[in-house]
Design a protein around this ligand. Structure first.
Ligand SMILES: [Zn+2]
Ligand SMILES: [Zn+2]
Length: 389
């Protein structure tokens, strides 16, 4: 069975919502207009129980089925990115320097599509919690929602989410049980030496030489401290120092990112970094301090819910277009916080041959929306079947 007929019948509405959202992107926790637009649509669909201001500008709405049962959470992220759009589309961003370059406009639209269908039909036993989350890219929206107790407050027993993926055909879904997206940590090293004249380096303690050496040594964590068949990325992505060609500066800074799926690997990296920074600093007679910030945890799909979600995807996807053995990604996703507390699954949905995520010429493909909306709708109907149905 392909996408749900009733949903494809209002796909033009979804395109209109999506383009409105695309035109008015908002960043981080400040998704107030987006949330207001979502709430207006939900009211139009006849949904009465709507909770606003969750995790600052998030929305949770409840659709009651025809009889009692469990509550399933369906989540969409709403925030955009600080990028200047170059698509030239009629619906291009009117908010300077902000853009929906990760397709969260499409994610919000897919969940709205499911909401419209589910509010009309209510062919399920229990409740659907529609979770519209701000601040996926930065600002910790999911973490805040979990901290505010969204899962307990609405008694959510399982959660599901979708993310579009450029370069994958429209109508295709893919996922994997277990780890699917990496954890993301950042590290920051401040080095303090003794500055001086570039012509008399012997009178200085050069922080640049120390920074380069620390960066080199950090690259050996992956190649020399880590088991080769386990996934790990350590990238130094910033080195800042100096103001002129004849001055050895007093300070230098370097920073970067660590991606892994495994808490023990993360602990090893942290430990090695502190040893490297201390050891290199001593050898160059400079002071260096390491700050290691833990960010989003790894996104870990629950096996049973992922098997179920894959089955549902097969119902709505194009023929033969579902893969449940996808390669995990070194990118990160804050849906991880929901999955730490509640079993569920995160899937990718094809966005066709578009520019990549976070690029200024990216656009969500409106043809994707009916597939995503049908997926969410069928998750509800299949997870919460009516008796005798
Ligand atoms: Zn993104
Ligand atoms: Zn995204």
């Amino acid at each position: 069975m392909p996408i749900i007929n009733r949903i494809s019948a209002f796909s033009e509405d979804m395109t209109e919502w999506r383009r409105h959202l695309h035109k008015h992107p908002e960043l981080g926790q400040q998704c107030h207009e987006t949330a207001a637009y979502v709430v207006d649509r939900l009211r139009e669909f006849g949904i009465e129980e709507i909770h606003e201001g969750i995790a600052i500008s998030g929305v949770v709405a409840i659709i009651q089925g025809r009889s009692e049962g469990r509550t399933i959470g369906l989540r969409a992220d709403m925030d955009a990115l600080p990028i200047t759009e170059t698509t030239g589309a009629e619906w291009a961003s009117v908010n300077d320097g902000k853009m929906h370059a990760c397709g969260h406009d499409g994610h919000t639209t897919m969940l709205l599509g499911a909401a419209k269908y589910l509010a009309e039909t209510r062919n399920f036993a229990g409740r659907i919690a529609l979770i519209f989350q701000p601040a996926e890219e930065v600002g910790g929206g999911a973490e805040l929602m979990v901290e505010e107790g969204v899962l307990e407050r609405f008694d959510i027993s399982e959660v599901y989410a979708l993310h579009n993926m450029p370069g994958t055909p429209v109508g295709q879904f893919y996922t994997t049980p277990g780890p699917i997206m990496a954890s993301v940590d950042t590290f920051h090293v401040d080095i303090k030496g003794v500055g001086g004249h570039g012509a008399y380096p012997h009178e200085t303690r050069d922080p640049i030489t120390a920074a380069l050496s620390i960066a080199q040594a950090m690259s050996t964590i992956v190649s020399r401290n880590h088991y080769a068949l386990n996934d790990l990325v350590v990238s130094v992505t910033m080195i800042h120092a100096g103001t002129a060609d004849n001055i050895i500066p007093e300070t230098a800074y370097l920073g970067g990112t660590v991606r892994t799926f495994d808490k023990d690997v993360k602990a090893m990296v942290k430990h090695r970094m502190s040893e490297i920074v201390a050891g290199q600093a001593a050898s160059f007679e400079v002071e260096a301090t390491l700050r290691y910030d833990e960010g989003y945890p790894a996104t870990i799909n629950a096996p049973d819910q992922t098997a179920f979600a894959t089955e549902v995807a097969r119902e709505v996807a194009a023929e033969g277009q579902v893969c449940d053995t996808a390669t995990r990604e070194m990118g990160a996703e804050d849906f991880a916080y929901f999955l730490e507390k509640t079993p569920g699954s995160y899937l990718f949905i094809g966005n066709g041959d578009t520019a990549g995520l976070h690029q200024p010429d990216f656009d969500f493909d409106d043809a994707t929306a009916p597939y995503g909306a049908s997926f969410f709708a069928r998750i509800a109907e299949r997870a919460l079947p009516l008796e005798g149905a």
